[in-house]
Unconditional design. Structure first.
Length: 425
């Protein structure tokens, strides 16, 4: 079993020594705010995307008291608060701690855990307790505090949705066992399901030891020989591997009802929620399962159960509030970074441009980026629209491969909208 992994005894790193590469990890958190052009930014980790209605209320209170009032969903199922006063850090931390959203100051940026948002809701027998258990283990591990804000755990219920997101350590439910994937490896380790979260933590701690001399932030950043040695180390403890290639494309929950009416799902245009929309979702959750699940695709699942008429009425109300409640919405699959004026590096207001270009539903999702960093871009297959000094470049992305730009459009909104629609078709 993985519990017997070689070199698993506490080292100076895992015993609470200096945080690895801490001076270079610029990922924002709830305690380390990031200064943006629209004010300070806080990123609140929500492991597995799971929020109670009370914790959702606390996030809205923080957004309204300290920031611009809106809640911004990220591609890891977390929440960003923007437009913050740079001096609000202490009061913000106090509010989040009281709400249970900041269980460990040392680990707050290491709690990057995505999970299948429909786990247990649509007939799939899945381990719904994994996110809370892994979060508890991460927060109780001194070594895990050294994980960078970029390191990602994925907990997949077997359908392959979050397995496709390129996490560093992925657990996949497989009946009475589970599969452990390290990075993008096609070979996975089969372990008892009850040992899954602990195995994921031990694999992350093994990564930290492997990365000690390389300065790598993530598994994919390790030199090939170091990554191979990491896999050999885990294999020595976990045993033989099983061949299971990582899915190329993630399939998010479609907007609408799921599992008959065990849950409803909505997508959020450009991931930005107004206070009124957030309150409506929270009130809906409170009347039913008292839970919200934020998805890595900037959507929200509200577990039920719902009576049929309740689900229809809830979706109608959420649609009227401006949320995406059906797959045929023109906004389905449209995403964008924060763009100008929120980000100084952005060359354009890509959110406004994405809105102006919304048209027929496309076969492929599209993501608009204000610069070549492409912050928050999706995974799998998608249409990439990036602003450059020469204009908007449009290209097709397939996994790790990006085609050469098929079109460059300059200063022509109508031509840009037409080119994006053609690329998505």
């Amino acid at each position: 079993m993985l519990a017997a992994m070689p070199d698993s005894a506490p080292s100076p790193l895992s015993a609470g020594g200096p945080a690895l590469r801490d001076s270079g990890d610029a990922c924002p958190g709830a305690l380390r705010l990031h200064r943006a052009d629209d004010g300070a930014l806080a990123r609140v980790r929500v492991p597995g995307g799971v929020l109670s209605a009370d914790r959702a209320d606390a996030l809205l209170t923080a957004a309204e008291r300290f920031g611009d009032g809106e809640l911004h969903l990220t591609s890891r199922g977390n929440v960003q608060l923007r437009g913050l006063d740079a001096e609000c850090g202490g009061a913000l931390a106090e509010l989040l701690t009281a709400a249970g959203l900041l269980p460990s100051a040392a680990h707050e940026r290491a709690r990057n855990i995505v999970a299948s948002p429909l786990a247990g809701l649509d007939g799939s027998p899945s381990p719904t307790g994994w996110p809370a258990e892994l979060d508890r283990l991460v927060c109780s591990s001194p070594g895990a505090a050294s994980l960078s804000g970029r390191f990602l755990f994925a907990l997949d219920d077997g359908r392959g949705d979050v397995d496709a997101l390129g996490a560093d350590v992925t657990l996949i439910a497989a009946g009475d066992s589970c599969l452990l994937r390290i990075g993008a490896a096609d070979e996975v380790f089969r372990i008892p399901a009850g040992e899954g979260p602990r195995a994921a933590l031990l694999a992350a701690e093994a990564f930290l030891r492997a990365a000690r001399d390389s300065g790598a932030w993530r598994v994919k950043d390790l030199p090939d020989d170091v990554r191979a040695e990491l896999v050999r180390t885990i294999k020595a403890a976990a045993g033989p591997t099983v061949h299971r290639p990582r899915p190329r494309t993630a399939t998010p929950p479609a907007p609408g009802p799921h599992g008959s009416t065990n849950a409803i799902s909505v997508d959020v245009p450009l991931g930005r929620l107004t206070p009124a929309q957030w309150r409506l979702l929270t009130e809906t959750a409170r009347r039913h399962g008292d839970e919200l699940r934020l998805t890595p695709w900037r959507g929200i699942v509200v577990p039920g159960p719902f009576a049929h008429d309740e689900a229809v009425e809830a979706l109608r109300t959420l649609d009227a509030a401006g949320l995406i409640t059906a797959p045929d919405s023109p906004w389905a699959g449209v995403g964008a970074c924060i763009g100008h004026p929120g980000c100084a590096k952005s060359l354009s207001d890509v959110r406004a441009e994405a809105g102006a270009a919304v048209g027929p539903v496309g076969r492929l999702p599209v993501y608009w980026s204000g610069c070549e960093r492409r912050c928050g871009h999706p995974h799998g297959e998608w249409i990439d629209v990036v602003v450059t000094p020469d204009g908007h470049q449009i290209s097709h992305v397939r996994g790790e491969r990006r085609d050469a730009p098929t079109t460059t459009v300059r200063n022509d909104p109508a031509a840009l909208a037409a080119a994006v629609a053609a690329a998505r078709a």
